[in-house]
Design a protein around this ligand. Structure first.
Ligand code: NAD
Length: 264
């Protein structure tokens, strides 16, 4: 892909680690020069900024915020408009794993926390992003008014397996992200705003490392026909595709990037 594939202002949540960090690096690699990166963790954001050090002409706004807090989300997107004047690409990606316990053992607070971050966080960000994009000129069928990608999961399409850990809160939260992406992807397409979900399989990021310290999930990763978990960069490339004019006819979709895990 060309290094000038993307041209505009980007906003990424959960940009301090894993997929969000790799996606930030990829957005810049493929042309973005004005980007707002947000996360709960200042340390994570500092790491991401360090990875981009030395990039010619790059302007970065770093914002510590919590996607489950309405005021934080509104404020962060107002900062984007104040600094950069517009928004072309948004990746709503911040998320947590959810309590890995079956429903009969689940505390309400654990279920609600997962929904608040993984689902409500995406809704809040998307709502504010749409308000900005709707005010921009429609640059035609290939560019439109903007593109939004929501990080769901293959567990937004299927359940966690019957053997091993059940994670109902995560499955519910990610199915909801797919639903929101389809509903809004359908509604806003005619306004030139493309919204899609990305559904990764297992990806070797800190969220997964924290639950796989003893390597017990390696056999699970190997069930993907490609025989391994993904690297975050492989998800980032698919995100860049969905945001780019190369995906100009892709709207309201849930793109699966899971090494074939859910295909059989
Ligand atoms: P990660 O833990 O490496 O990164 C998540 C980032 O989100 C962290 O930097 C964290 O600080 C931030 N974050 C968490 N809660 C937040 C909040 N309330 N507000 C703002 N930021 C917050 O995890 P990752 O694997 O890169 O996950 C990114 C997304 O990808 C998540 O939505 C996750 O569910 C999804 N996903 C991950 C995998 C996987 O196997 N790693 C697979 C499918 C989907």
């Amino acid at each position: 892909m060309a290094s000038n594939l993307l041209n505009g202002v980007a906003y990424v949540t959960g940009a301090g680690s894993g997929i969000g960090q790799s996606a930030t690096v990829a957005l810049v690699k493929y042309g973005v020069r004005k980007i707002a990166i947000t996360d709960l963790s200042q340390k994570g954001l500092d790491e991401t900024v360090a990875l981009l050090k030395g990039t010619n002409g790059l302007e970065i706004e770093t914002i510590v915020m919590d996607v489950s807090k309405e005021a934080d989300v509104v404020d962060s997107l107002q900062r984007v408009v104040k600094r950069f004047g517009r928004l072309d690409y948004a990746l709503n990606n911040a998320g947590i794993g959810g309590p890995p316990v079956p429903t009969h053992e689940m505390e309400l607070a654990g279920f609600e926390r997962c929904m608040a971050i993984d689902t409500t966080g995406v809704f809040l960000c998307q709502r504010e992003e749409l308000k900005i994009m709707q005010k921009q000129a429609n640059a035609g069928p290939r560019l439109g008014r903007g593109a939004i990608v929501n990080t769901a999961s293959m567990y937004g399409l299927v359940s966690t397996p019957p053997q091993g850990l059940s994670n109902p809160a995560y499955v519910v939260a990610k199915h909801a992200v797919v639903g929101l992406s389809k509903c809004d992807g359908t509604f806003y397409a005619s306004q030139g705003i493309r919204i899609n979900a990305i559904c990764p399989g297992y990806v070797e990021t800190p969220i997964v490392a924290s639950i796989n310290q003893d390597g017990h999930m390696n056999a699970e990763f190997a069930k993907a026909p490609l025989g391994r978990a993904a690297q975050p960069e492989e998800i980032a490339d698919a995100i860049v595709f969905l945001m780019s004019p190369m995906a100009s006819y892709v709207a309201g979709s849930a793109m699966v990037v899971d090494g074939g895990y859910t295909s059989y």
